[in-house]
Design a protein around this ligand. Structure first.
Ligand code: NAP
Ligand code: ZN
Length: 346
């Protein structure tokens, strides 16, 4: 067994506290990774709080992992000791269902194995990346190109691929008018990708303090969502809306901003479901859809795209004992734009 140290929650109000546990040695095809950086996604906070009622404690979050290969198990041939690698939202899928065979593993019909809070066949629970090491099958590990800055590359493994896939799947391109709601971890990556794809980008934010930085990220317009008149003025303006808000909010207000045949893409997953006025869909033939992280191939594509276009996240690097403060700040929308834990000081 491998001794691991990290941070875990013991219940939904314990905070994240130092935690020691053991990981299995790498088996066939698996590799042991020394974790150097891990991003904090709002999904970690939802699960810490047991927002969806499915959290198993002790809960070790973390699925935006960057580190170096420490050891390769038997039959693992894709990586060698010392390589920079990444791990994202899931570390397993059945490999034989229709979705896996169509390279859509994130929708595995037999259920993906999430990197955190996932149930293994023996009933034990996967421990995520807020630790010093992790063991993962090489098929779910990504090469991190030397050109990608670290730790800024860590958030690409979830925030990056989630937003990239939302654009790719919906074929959002040059000429489209796109609104991004919520300028946090996902939101700021969405702005970067939308700008690089040539879309006209508007940020809809509840935080005045993010106006200037949204322009610095390349957004063309900024609408403060606490000002109803400013929101109303954008009525029927957008081809696409990408909603990255983590808390329950007024979806009907935003649906009105879509043109005829416009598409509302849900990425943020509040713990409660909203009330939706269906007439807003029928009256303008609007569509509502969702997207969930990305497949293995899409993650590789996204990482290549980021290398070619020099895209990484804007991060605030923190020591592990700052995790609880980071969670508090994220709950107050006070993040520009992703906290990344530096594991050096564990
Ligand atoms: P984040 O960094 O905390 O950003 C969320 C942003 O939403 C905030 O910065 C804020 O932006 C806005 N917001 C939060 N509460 C709000 C409220 N009450 N009213 C209006 N705006 C509010 O979170 P994240 O890591 O980007 O994650 C966002 C959501 O996506 C979470 O629900 C997460 O679980 C989900 N997620 C989904 C996927 C997927 O595959 N679909 C993947 C990863 C995460 P402003 O300050 O600009 O208003
Ligand atoms: Zn995430």
């Amino acid at each position: 067994m491998i001794k691991a140290r990290g941070y875990a929650a013991h219940n939904n109000c314990s905070g994240l506290v130092p935690f020691s546990f053991e990981r299995e040695e790498p088996q066939g095809g698996e590799i042991l990774i020394e974790i150097l950086y891990c991003g904090i996604c709002h999904a970690d906070i939802h699960q810490y709080k047991n927002d969806y009622g499915s959290t198993q404690y002790p809960f070790v979050p973390g699925h935006e992992i960057i580190g170096r290969v420490k050891e390769t198990g038997k039959g693992a041939t894709n990586y060698k000791k010392g390589d920079w690698v990444g791990v994202g939202y899931f570390i397993g899928s059945c490999g034989h269902c229709t979705n896996c065979l169509n390279q859509e593993e994130q929708f595995c019909e037999n259920g993906i194995l999430p990197t955190q809070n996932g149930k293994l066949p023996d009933g034990s629970i996967t421990m995520g990346g807020y630790t010093d090491c992790i063991v993962v099958h090489e098929n779910y590990v990504f090469a991190i190109h030397p050109k990608l800055r670290k730790p800024e590359a860590a958030p690409l493994l979830c925030a990056g691929v989630t937003t990239y896939c939302a654009f790719q799947h919906n074929q959002i391109r040059k000429g489209h008018k796109v609104a991004i709601i919520g300028l946090g971890g996902l939101g700021h990556m969405a702005v970067k990708f939308a700008v690089s794809f040539g879309a006209e980008v508007s940020v809809l934010s509840s935080s005045y303090s993010k106006e200037q930085s949204s322009k610095d990220l390349g957004a063309h317009n900024f609408i403060i969502t606490t000002n109803q008149a400013a929101v109303n003025a954008a009525s029927e303006r957008f081809d696409f809306i990408i909603d990255t808000v983590s808390a329950l909010h007024n979806y009907n207000m935003y649906m009105r901003l879509l043109k005829r045949d416009g598409t509302f893409v849900v990425l943020g997953i509040p713990s409660e479901n909203p009330k939706l006025d269906l007439r807003l869909l029928t009256s303008h033939r609007r569509k509502i859809t969702g997207s969930f992280v990305g497949s293995i191939e899409q993650t590789k594509d996204m990482l290549d795209y980021c290398v070619q276009n020099n895209i990484t996240a804007d991060v605030e690097v923190i020591p592990p004992d700052y995790i609880n403060t980071a969670y508090e700040r994220m709950r107050k929308n006070d993040v520009k734009y992703r906290f990344v834990i530096d594991m050096k000081n564990l």
